[in-house]
Structures are given as C-alpha cells and as structure tokens.
Ligand binder design. Sequence first.
Ligand SMILES: CC(=O)N[C@H]1[C@@H](OP(=O)(O)O)O[C@H](CO)[C@@H](O)[C@@H]1O
Ligand SMILES: [Mg+2]
Length: 557
Amino acid sequence: MSSSGFDAQQIKSLSDAHPKPADRQFQYGTAGFRTLGSILDPVMFRVGIIAGLRSKKQDGRTIGVMVTASHNPEPDNGVKLVDPKGEMLEATWEGYATTLANASTSDEVIKVIESITETAKIDMSKPARVVYARDTRPSGPALISALEDGFKAIGAEPRNAGVTTTPVLHYLVRAINTKGTQYSYGEDTEEGYFSKLANAFKKLVAGRPASAPLVIDCANGVGAPAAEKLSKYLGDALPIVLENTSITTEGALNNACGADFVKTSQKLPPSLVNRLQPGDRACSLDGDADRLIYYYLDDKRVFHMLDGDKIAALVAAFIVELVKLAGLESRVKVGVVQTAYANGASTKYLSERLPVKCVPTGVKHLHHAAERYNVGVYFEANGHGTVIFSQETIENFANHQPQTPAQSRALEHLVSLTEVINQTVGDALSDMLLVEVVLSHKSYSGVEWDSLYVDLPNRLVKVVVSDRNAFKTEDAERRLVSPAGLQGKIEELMNRYQGGRSFVRPSGTEDVVRVYAEATIKAQADDLYAPELAFRVAGLVYDEAGGDPANRPKEFI
Ligand SMILES: CC(=O)N[C@H]1[C@@H](OP(=O)(O)O)O[C@H](CO)[C@@H](O)[C@@H]1O
Ligand SMILES: [Mg+2]
C-alpha cells in the first residue's frame, strides 16, 4: 500500500496490460466515452478505477458502469458512469475521468489517481462497489474484461449485470442503493425491474379493452431480449410483435432500423415496409433501448412519426388531467423540459397549456431542469426522456384523502404511473408502456395522438468542420456567439422563410457541427422549405469554417 491508501504496485502491473497509445486523446462527453470499440481498452481499464474512486467518495454506495454506444454503428462502443441515485455522473467527475483516460503511462496513471484522491478528498479506506452491464456489441466482452481489471486494481467489489439495457442498469443502481430503506426503488434484479413495470402497467389498463398488437423494432440490439422478457411478464395485457431481433448477425445493429434511423431519416425501417399495415401501431427502440419513436401508416400508407415531442405532449396532458381528477391541482404542478431540437409546433402546443423550459442538449440538463417541477416531463425530440416525480409529490399522493370514487381512481392511477415510469433515466420499454397506457385510457389510435398538433417540417444536417470547438452557443444553444458574425447571417437566411427557425451547435458525441432548421408549410403543403433552409445554413457554416470548396457536399446550397 502507498501512503495514499491504494496498492500502487497492483495498479501499475494491471495498467501495463492496458497501455494507451501516445497519439490518442479521449474525452468524457455528453454520453461518456464513445468511439471505435477497438481503441477503448485503456479507457475501460481507467473507467473501472474511476468508478471505484467515485464509489469510495460516496461512502461505498454502488456506482453503475454501462458499456454501450447506443444508436451508433456496431463497430463503435462506449462507456458511461451512473451515480448512486441512478443519474448521470456529476460533472466534476467527467473531468477526472477524462484526465485519467489520457494519462500517458502507468506511472502517470498512479499520479493522476493520487491527485484525484487529494482534490476530491477521497477516504481510500472506504469500500467501493460497482454494478456493470453491456449491450450486445461484439466488442463488449473484451472491453468488459478491461473494465474488470480496473475494478480489481482499485479494489472495488464488482457485480456483473450481464447483457442488458442502459435503463435496466440505471434502475439497478438506484434499487441497490435504496434497498431496505423507505425509498426502496424495487427489487435489485432484472426480474424486479420487469415485474415492477409489468405489474404497474396491468393495474393501469385493468378492465380496459385489449389493444391490438404493438410492433416493436428492436434495432437488432439488446432491446430484443429485454422486450422478449418484458412480454412474458405482460402476458395478455399487451400483445407485442418483435421485429429486428437479430442480435448475433454481424453488422445488423442499428443498421437501417432503430429509433435514430427512423427519427433522422423520417421514414420506416425498410424491414417493416411490407410488414406494417395502415393503422398498426409500431415503435422503434435504439441500440441500448433508452430511446423510443412511435409511428403508423395512414390509409394511403403515408408514414407518420410520433417522436419524443409527441410523446411529451401526450403524456404531459394525461398527467395534468389525472392530477385534476384526483383533486390535487393546487399542490402538484406539472412542467415540461425540451431542447432547441423540439419541434416548434410542440413547444407552442405545450406552452399554451403548461410551463415549458428549454435547456442545452443532453439528458443531464433535461433531468436537472425537470427536478425543479413537482412532476417534470422531459423528452428530447429523438425519443429519449422520462417523467420524474419529486419526493414531496410522491408523499402528496400517499397522504391525499380522495373525496369521491373518481378521485380515488385517478389517485391510484397516478401512483401506478410513478411505478411504470423509470424515473432514473429515459427508458424505451418503460416509455412504451406509458404511451400504451395513455392511448388505452384515451381510446386514441396513432391518428388521434398525431392530431394533437401538426409538426413543422424540419431537417437536421451534419457539417464536418476542421474545429467544431470554434462553435460556441448561448441561450440554451439557440444562438451562436462564435465564430463572430455567423449568427447574424443565419438569422438573415431564417427571415427569408415563413416560420423559419434554424440554429447551429457543435455535437457533443460526434466530430461534426449540427444544423437544425424548420419552416412553416406553405399553401400547397410544400414541405421543402425546411430542408432548403437547413442546406443553406449548412452551406454557410461550411464556408465560414473554411471548408474545402472541392469537398463541399453537393446538397449544401
Ligand atoms: C440532435 C441529437 O439528437 N443529439 C443527440 C446526441 O447529442 P449531440 O451532442 O447532438 O451529438 O446524442 C446525445 C447522447 O445520446 C443526445 O442526448 C442528443 O439528443
Ligand atoms: Mg441510447
């Protein structure tokens, strides 16, 4: 043992087995570390150490580690840490993780650990506990063993949750840390998770007519086995049909399927084209099952997407209604959190009914803003989101004395909603059950749900630039402050389009700048204005950032 309370020799010899190539730099970004799976080995080892240190700092409470690259292509992989309440890692620790990941040698690794221990005032005599899982990516097993070496190096007690979804891992973290307390979140097993969700769902739809089967596109990822298990717990309460379940077929993961494909291409996965009939309800999960997008075909077989914004609108209105029915509207206020990517029509619809806040991209921003409401509904347009109930609200539900049978029923429903919803993080399967509950209660098909408001046509474009860090934003990323002068030019373009709105920000997960644009539909239902605006702004960004004219994408205007 060194004077700092850890076994430097042990760390050093394990670290030597996971060397970092000198020319690589890693960064803990919006979604943790994420890059090609083949280069992540040293990062995994070091993340194992960080997880142990974080747990020690938290008096031995269990920290989660999820190995996944979500909706990204199959060769990618990634890793992110989950804090004790099942939430994203605290921001200062993202910095520690980045510093340790970039330590050049094993001696440097020791030095960085010493420095973190000192700066964060970590009592190294405390125990460390971690729970970890991975998605179905082929690079997963080797990366997990590097991670386990990290746990061993720092002396953390590991619990392997195997192959499961990101939201299950978040659930497990909170369940483990609240076990045996008054805040118990449920049994700390995957079975505990499925039975909690399924039981609450069954209570919520009891006595209602059985729904037609729901088609689920599992993105050929970990959502497939998870949905299969969930289906067993649900029984007849929700008939489901699973599609894109080939988790062992090379290259199939997220390939022309899944929530991100549907949201960005605004069309059906090709594998569902002959599968889906007009009126069928269908949804897509992403590669780690924390995003959800619904859709349906109308009578003319035209595709209609019901994205995260539509889910937020559906769910928020339903909760407000239940709160009123339960006689709790003076004590329980519902609010919504969105990002700049929310469709303008959704923001208008929601703001006319509820408080709505816009925050920067990334779940942690949404989650924290949602915590300020009694009931906070947050969704990114891409289908990642959830609903969180404050402790005070949960107590209000528990102590409220209903005056009528109708109030009592509404209250029971609210309590069951707190159980069907995974409050730790966006969860495709839990959100899917939530949507199904609302559709059942409202007797809505996709058509009625879709008609809450009409989406403004919109387009998202990626622009490759030499330095995305040159792009800085303000006002929840809705305005560029740098490069100087660019915002004014974007606004000039925007003003040429009726209802035009466009903004530009650097991605936190890819080496690109993203351009979003939307514009009103004109008289002849011409929806070409939004792409036109997006490609004009993309062209502007490309040129201003010094892009090579020879390689300028031809769709840029
Ligand atoms: C436009 C968009 O969908 N951006 C996504 C994407 O972030 P970027 O920072 O835009 O790369 O990945 C994040 C993590 O999954 C997710 O939170 C976010 O919504
Ligand atoms: Mg995901």
